[in-house]
Design a protein around this ligand. Structure first.
Ligand code: NAP
Length: 277
């Protein structure tokens, strides 16, 4: 039996559906990405976002500033974009230079244009289960589980990692699906006491081979969000070779959650368009 979740295929399906929706609505949503500096990894992420936007019919614009620009000028630019009717999504590519107040910059984005779902308003609305724009990687995890028909109600879900970007939004998304959620972090004692109980185990810690076979329940669904580099090879947080023998479904790295993140960004741009119109 093939128990490997194909994130590339799932993201293709999602992008196809987004393109069809954009065509059916006869709209031209627009995403603007703001980049400060010339971080190599950011350049690649932005290029991928541009390609994905073009693929589904979303207008894409990159506003790239030299890293000597002041925080005030970046904030001024975000405010200008907030007021531009034809701009539906505004995304500030992280990381920003060290001298920037990241929270201040992000929270300048109008919540209805915050397609990364990082403003305080969107985070608060997620907790309160109000309609909002949700952070893309956690949304991608839930989309994958939905596409593979994984039922969550009443299930034990264990999340390893509690970052604002991944772990914390996942808690809310799983609670909303009526799962029972436990969360482990770097101060948790003996995380296998929790991971072993999980019907669905999601790992987002950023440590190669953190999750080994003995830490996983037979038949569990294992979602590996981690992206690490070992001797120039990409890998996740899960010992894929061994754990895949025990899991009923498992994501590979690369090719699992990663492709879903961009697909969910596109979904958020269309959602933002709808909220604004
Ligand atoms: P992060 O901000 O560094 O958070 C890591 C979390 O893992 C923290 O909550 C930390 O606990 C916890 N942790 C670290 N070591 C641990 C251990 N030994 N046992 C249990 N918990 C531990 O990272 P992030 O932004 O959430 O990203 C996590 C991973 O996902 C990274 O590899 C990142 O590259 C990847 N990622 C992938 C995508 C994608 O699209 N696939 C998107 C975003 C991130 P404390 O809170 O106690 O420090």
């Amino acid at each position: 039996m093939n128990n490997i979740i194909d994130g590339k295929l799932a993201s293709k399906v999602l992008k196809y559906n987004i393109r069809k929706e954009i065509e059916a609505l006869n709209i031209k949503p627009k995403l603007v990405v703001i980049q400060v500096g010339d971080n190599k990894a950011s350049n690649i992420y932005i290029k991928n976002k541009r390609l994905a936007c073009e693929m589904v019919g979303i207008d894409f614009e990159l506003i790239k500033f030299n890293d000597t620009i002041s925080e005030e000028l970046v904030i001024k630019e975000i405010k200008r974009l907030n007021d531009e009717k034809e701009v539906n999504g505004v995304l500030v590519q992280l990381p920003l230079p060290n001298n920037f107040n990241v929270a201040k910059v992000i929270n300048t984005i109008k919540p209805t244009k915050d397609v990364d779902g990082l403003t305080y308003e969107n985070v608060g609305n997620l907790v309160l289960e109000n309609e909002c724009l949700v952070s893309c990687t956690p949304s991608g995890v839930l989309e994958l589980l939905k596409m593979y028909n994984v039922k969550l109600e009443g299930k034990n879900v264990c999340i390893v990692g509690r970052s604002n970007l991944v772990g914390k939004p996942l808690i809310q998304l799983f609670l909303k699906q009526n799962a029972t959620v436990s969360v482990c972090h770097s101060k948790s004692l003996d995380i296998k006491n929790y991971t072993r109980l999980a019907d669905v185990l999601v790992v987002a810690a950023g440590h190669t081979n953190l999750i080994t076979k003995d830490m996983v329940k037979n038949g569990a669904v294992v979602i590996d969000v981690g992206i690490n580099k070992e001797n120039d090879v990409l890998c996740g947080d899960v010992d894929f070779k061994e754990v895949s023998k025990k899991a009923s479904l498992i994501t590979p790295v690369p090719g699992g959650v990663g492709p879903m993140t961009i697909a969910c960004l596109l979904k958020n741009v269309v959602k933002a368009y709808k909220i604004q119109n």
